[in-house]
Design a binder for this molecule. Structure first.
Ligand SMILES: O=C(CO)COP(=O)(O)O
Length: 246
């Protein structure tokens, strides 16, 4: 099975009514390669606006809580996303892990809940610079993967985003070789710990300072099935990144 190239745009906590409209108009009028799965994750408040106007892709939430409803001030649930027609959610993003202290266990609980409700999950993993320098990259990402594998057996609605923490928002992109190495290791891990089918079919996308200049070469690597883009997804060059699909 060939894996459909996937390009996500994570807008993080950026945007305004005017900026959202400009960004969506830009994507709607850009000439985009066919056959690429494009998913945009705006701040939750702007999801309906993007959803009703974006032609070239789907919408994701940037987070959910692990419960369906109740006294969880400030949170939104997987059920609410389904209710308004959202299909995707990003979970385990490095900023959720490091700024908001989300643990592997909480992220796994959220993933299980989201998948159970019928959402698709962009599941982010990645090591810090300190961990990479201590040669702990695979140990860290395998641990992050294991937490989800313990509670989820069907990976068909998961896209794995390998986002090395040191490359996020820093301008320090992983080299194509570095990205390929970790993506390959993740695929082997899936084969050994989930199934050969999951290894073959699961998209593993790269995130961390992806831009129009570096996306071609990273996207050409055998185990890179797309990108999760932060800063550059807020610029016209996002269209070039979509068009870097192999
Ligand atoms: O965190 C990211 C996408 O989720 C990557 O962010 P940047 O592309 O801004 O480095």
């Amino acid at each position: 099975m060939t894996r459909t190239f996937f390009v996500g745009g994570n807008w993080k906590m950026n945007g305004s009514v005017a900026a959202v409209s400009t960004l969506v108009d830009g994507l709607n009028t850009a000439s985009l390669k066919q056959g690429v799965e494009v998913v945009i994750a705006p701040p939750a408040l702007y999801i309906p606006a993007v959803q009703s106007s974006l032609k070239a892709g789907h919408v994701a939430a940037q987070n959910i809580y692990s419960e369906s409803k109740g006294a969880f001030t400030g949170e939104i649930s997987a059920e609410m996303l389904k209710d308004v027609g959202v299909q995707w959610v990003i979970l385990g993003h490095s900023e959720r892990r490091h700024v908001f202290g989300e643990t592997d266990e909480l992220i796994a609980k959220k993933a299980k809940h989201a998948l159970g409700v019928g959402l698709k999950v962009i599941f982010c993993i990645g090591e810090t610079l300190q961990e990479r320098e201590a040669n702990k990259t695979t140990e860290v990402v395998f641990h992050q993967l294991s937490a989800v594998a313990q509670v989820v057996s069907d990976w068909s609605n998961i896209v794995i985003a390998y986002e090395p923490v040191w490359a996020i928002g820093t301008g320090k992109v992983a080299t194509p070789v570095q990205a390929q190495e970790v993506h390959h290791d993740i695929r082997v891990w899936l084969k050994d710990h989930v199934s050969p089918q999951a290894a073959e079919n699961t998209r593993i996308v790269y995130g961390g300072s992806v831009n129009a200049g570096n996306c071609q070469e990273i996207g050409r690597q055998a185990d890179v099935d797309g990108f999760l883009v932060g800063g550059a997804s807020l610029k016209p060059e996002f269209a070039d990144i979509i068009n870097a699909a192999q």
